[in-house]
Ligand binder design. Sequence first.
Ligand code: PDD
Length: 286
Amino acid sequence: MRTVYVNGDYVPETEARVSIFDRGFLMADGVYEVTSILGGKLIDFEGHAVRLQRSLDELEMRSPISKDDLLEVHRELVRVNDIDEGMIYLQITRGAPGDRDFAFPDPETTTPTIVLFTQNKPGLADSPAAKKGMKVISIEDIRWGRRDIKTVQLLYPSMGKMMAKKVGADDAWMIEDGYVTEGTSNNAYIVKGNKIITRALSNDILHGITRAAVLRFAQEAQMEVEERNFTIDEAKEADEAFITSASTFVMPVVEIDGIALGDGMPGRVAPRLREIYLEESLKAAV
Ligand code: PDD
């Protein structure tokens, strides 16, 4: 049985308790991070910790834990659960004020709730899906206007994933005013010739930690990167496409709305970027 972390304690998962008045449960008033584990080490912990603090600041929520202690909790959970490859999920909510109220509770009397758990995923790096590539559909992006804050309001992304599944695809890319914003739980890219094209950072998308690393590695490898909007029609005519996230690293996309890209197999750029990403981020893992 897994050992999880709740508000300062390491407990068996069946003994972990959060109040029914918790604002994460009642209002989706919480933020989260997903950090991958490779070789028993954390990939880009620093990036996730910095983004977590930014999400908290944007929502005027305070952190119940210091960055150093947070790293210790991550490491301890990896150790006690003996994880070689997988993920750590972290969630912080505004806490449980003891009743339901739209107004934020007084932070002096209501402490934030913090929960962490591991997900064991052997073979995460050497994924068969990465060799085959994935199929996406396009759906309208009807999420709220602060997608740069990593909140736990994930109902529409879940629905998007289900819409994809129903038609035999793997995921959905979301479209706003004709332009691709991002995937349900990942950032979206197309490749034209040697050029990697992805939407620029704004409040419209999550500022992916994997995105930042991949764009840096791409530039170091002399690949051309263009941060700009692209339409779904442009994507369907691209040479390649791919997504990035902490749980998929770099994953080729081979089909959009039933239209195959190139020969319908992963191309040259995405698999190479995946290789570079895995190699480089493992070197820097903590
Ligand atoms: N999702 N965009 C969205 C909407 C996301 O939910 C995520 C991450 C990303 C990629 O960010 P990063 O590279 O920092 O993982 C982009 C995580 C993995 C999840 O919800 O499970």
